[in-house]
Write a protein that binds this ligand. Structure first.
Ligand SMILES: NC(=O)c1ccc[n+]([C@@H]2O[C@H](COP(=O)([O-])OP(=O)(O)OC[C@H]3O[C@@H](n4cnc5c(N)ncnc54)[C@H](O)[C@@H]3O)[C@@H](O)[C@H]2O)c1
Length: 356
């Protein structure tokens, strides 16, 4: 029996009266999470400033799927966010996914990145504290908080990098080491979210997410690279590989991530105040070149590739050690990367007009 099956929170969620508040709910992960909770019959309140390409399409898609309320709001507006939490203080789960999401964007405009990811997160935490919510509060952090991990030795193995002695991946014991303004802002927010449990007793959980992919990901060159490659491969757009293309990531299908959010909420009594590394794990580690090969096979074309210099802070390899999530949440990924990428490309094919 999993944690999900035996908890009151899950019973509550399965009922039609659950309310889920999703900041950034019009984004890729947010709209997939919203869809899951709508399927369960919950009321979903989406808070989003709709700044992300595709967010309006995601809201239109959600609109047909159940009881969803969109509040167009910016998390930098403290008073607005506070009012909104007051109004929805009966929410049963809060997902904080809103953010400035690209490393390159953070380098070109570090102040805006800071204001959204740190300032915006403080606003959300303060609003939750003042609303005296006891609901599980999940924050989407990133593996980038571990930096370039120069203490971890890496070697080349054909078309991919691999760890010399971390075959199970990087655990939560890895020291934090922020490289890039994005890592600084997400990492600061990650620490605030954990501290709001210690100091104020909020039921917070931090997910240090690896590379998430799937349908409704309007990937662009600067962010959402798996979707960007899938879109470019299908639409015949040129693809630039930064670095040698042998860098490896553990891909996690978005529905598996939503499973983990549900499992954390169900187990909140035991896991509040914890951080988890969440990704596809070593079984779903794949290099850019290997992914491109697979996409080329699926689209039956030779992809137009060019190479450019490494991006600052780019890790040669990152694989999440997901044993803690498995042990404490009863969670593991269900979708192998080939199957998940096939589902992503099906979505791309069905939505060519939105993606061109
Ligand atoms: N996708 C990944 O692989 C990945 C990996 C690690 C962490 N994350 C984190 O997960 C979260 C969700 O990522 P995603 O891939 O769904 O990105 P996304 O860009 O699709 O979603 C983010 C949403 O936040 C909204 N937003 C941005 N700034 C806002 C603001 N100031 N106020 C209100 N809304 C705002 C955007 O309009 C968008 O809908 C982000 O916090 C991101 O840093 C994502």
């Amino acid at each position: 029996m999993t944690g999900i099956e035996n908890l009151a929170w899950h019973r509550k969620l399965a009922g039609a009266d659950a309310k889920i508040l999703i900041l950034g709910g019009a984004g890729f992960i947010g709209s997939n999470a919203a869809s899951r909770f709508l399927e369960r019959g919950a009321e979903v309140v989406v808070v989003d400033n709709l700044s992300r390409k595709g967010s309006r399409e995601n809201v239109r898609w959600l609109d047909d799927r159940g009881n969803v309320l969109l509040i167009e709001a910016d998390i930098r507006d403290a008073a607005l966010i506070e009012g909104l939490f007051r109004e929805h203080r009966d929410a049963d789960l809060i997902l904080h996914l809103a953010g400035q999401v690209s490393v390159t964007g953070s380098i070109s405009d570090p102040r805006t990145d800071f204001e959204i990811n740190v300032g915006g997160t403080i606003n959300v935490l303060e609003a939750a504290r003042k609303a005296e919510t006891g609901a599980p509060f999940i924050y989407a952090s990133t593996n980038k908080v571990y930096g370039d991990m120069s203490d971890v030795s890496v070697e080349l193995n054909g078309t991919s990098y691999r760890y010399r002695d971390r075959s199970l991946g990087i655990s939560e014991q890895q020291p934090l080491d922020f490289h890039s303004p994005y890592a600084c802002s997400k990492g600061a927010a990650d620490q605030y979210v954990l501290d709001y449990h210690r100091i104020y007793g909020l039921n917070t959980v931090v997910f240090r997410q690896s590379c998430i992919y799937g349908p409704r990901q309007f990937g662009v060159e600067d962010q959402g690279w798996v979707a960007w490659f899938a879109i470019a491969a299908e639409l015949g757009k040129p693809i630039t590989i930064y670095g040698d293309g042998k860098q490896v990531r553990d891909l996690l299908f978005v529905e598996d991530l939503v499973d983990a959010y549900e499992a954390a909420a169900a187990n909140i009594e035991w896991v509040a105040g914890s951080a988890f590394n969440i990704g596809g794990g070593p079984k779903n580690g794949v290099s850019l070149l290997e992914l491109l090969d697979y996409l080329g096979e699926r689209s039956r074309t030779k992809l137009p590739l060019t190479h450019a210099a490494w991006r600052p802070g780019d890790q040669r390899i990152y694989l999440s050690d997901i044993r803690r999530a498995h042990d404490l949440l009863g969670w593991s990924p269900r979708t192998g990367w080939r199957d998940g990428v096939a589902r992503l490309t099906e979505w791309v094919r069905a939505n060519r007009d939105l993606l061109g």
